[in-house]
Design a protein around this ligand. Sequence first.
Ligand code: SLL
Length: 170
Amino acid sequence: GVRVRGTSIFRPIIYGNSATIIPLEERASLASADHTHRWTVAVRSAASAPDSNIVGGADDLSYFIKRVTFKLHDTYPNPSRNVDKPPFEVSETGWGEFEIQIRITFIPESSEKAIFFYHHLKLHPWTIPAELEAPTPDVAIASGPVHSWQYDEIVFSDPYQNFLNILTAH
Ligand code: SLL
C-alpha cells in the first residue's frame, strides 16, 4: 500500500453513557438485587445531527471500525466486552461509577493502531458541585436519565490510499 503523505482525514464520534435508575419494585427480580442503575456505554457516529432522543448519529461506523472493546470494572463477569458490529455499545446494570477503557480497532485495510479512550461511567445526577453524597433515589428519579457524552474526532494522518478511498467513498 501507499501512504498519502501530507493528508489527514477525520471522523467525528461521540462516546459516553446514559443511565437510568431502576425502580425499587424491579430490583428484587434482578440477578443482583443491589444493582440500582441500568446503563449503556457506546461509541457512536457524530456525523449526523443528533435528535432529541438519540445521542449521536444513527449511521454505521463499521465501514472503518472493526471492533470496540469496552473494559468494565473487574466486578463484572467477562469485564472485557468485544463488540464487532454496530451498535457499538454495552448495556449493563450496576451500583457504582467507574472508569471504562474503550479500545477502538480499525479495519485491516487501515493499518492503523488501535486507539483508546477513557470514560467515567456516570450514574448520578450530581447537582451541587460541592455535593459529597449521591442524590437520594427520589431526587435522582425526579431529575431523569443521566447523560455523559464526549465529542471527539479520530484523525488519520498520512492514510493508506485504499483506506482513504474507503473513508471518502462512504
Ligand atoms: C470502586 N467505583 O472504585 C467503585 C467500583 C464498581 C461497580 C464500582 C457491578 C458489580 C457487579 C457494579 O456496579 N460495579 O455486577 O457485581 O471501588
